[in-house]
Design a protein around this ligand. Sequence first.
Ligand code: P6P
Length: 334
Amino acid sequence: ATESVPSSEIITLTRHVLHDQMRLGAAATGDLTLLLTAIQVTSKFIATNVRKARLINLIGLAGDTNISGDEQKKLDVLSNDIMVNSLRASGKTAVLVSEELEDAIIIEEKNRGKYCVVFDPLDGSSNIDAGVNIGTIFGIYKLRPNSEGSIKDVLRPGSEMVAAGYTMYGSSANLVLSTGSGVNGYTLDAALGEFILTHPDIQIPPRGKIYSFNEGNAMFFHPPVLEYLKSIKYPASGKPYSARYIGSMVADVHRTFLYGGIFGYPDDKKNKTGKLRLLYEAFPMAFLTEQAGGIATTGTKRILDIIPEGIHERCPVFLGSKEDVQDLMKFYAV
Ligand code: P6P
């Protein structure tokens, strides 16, 4: 096939974010742009290692366990170290929270900047060996005024985040980002080493035809979830929804953003507060969901309004197409 001729308008992530910065005018110091550049570099590095993992024997256990008690895979550990070092070296951060680290990192004064980054360096890691799409998820808070960086800077509602995004590592590396004025998707052109704008202004369809729950937990589900699932699996219309569940949040959420429908990881009789982490899974995905015109709820509460008490706390998650999530919420309202 002939080489596809690149369009003359190649918009890189850096250029797109700089354009955003200019929109903000003098108020923007460029620090967020530089922080996002550091995150881009991290994503490229992790993408390379995920791709090579199957060749350079990074597969398999690193012999340690993380806060979630999951067996840590070597790629998890490597991705966390890459991310921490790159963010610290950027000189733009003050507090870092990682799923892989029990405690928050408070950046020493000489490297301290004005942003706090909460992240899961390699989410979906249980799928690494199977070659399933996995991803990095991140959320960014601005340091509180007069703060020198403490846990209080990240125990804040997700509505106070200034940016959030994820990078999905699959056949290509897709970085999806919002800095508070819509959601854009970028694809890594490995030859250029640049993330190129490929999905401008992502908008979740108002309704979809796909539901994405781990129904292996159905025997533990609470009634509102069971009733909702029944309503879309045995609809009066005779046209049930399709089930799609990858078991990697970044992949399931990415599909939901592009195709519509609903993704859910409910709280149930086994997982009393759900499984997904509030700070660096639920908040960033809820931020993106709302910026893309969708809804993200616990079933009874807007996720972005939750005030975290601990950096690793969990919360129930339902997110996706506005009308689908509103249908679910009706079963909690009765
Ligand atoms: P389950 C992966 O381990 C993860 O944290 C998310 O990426 C994913 O959505 C969820 O857990 C899958 O959990 O219980 O369905 O395997």
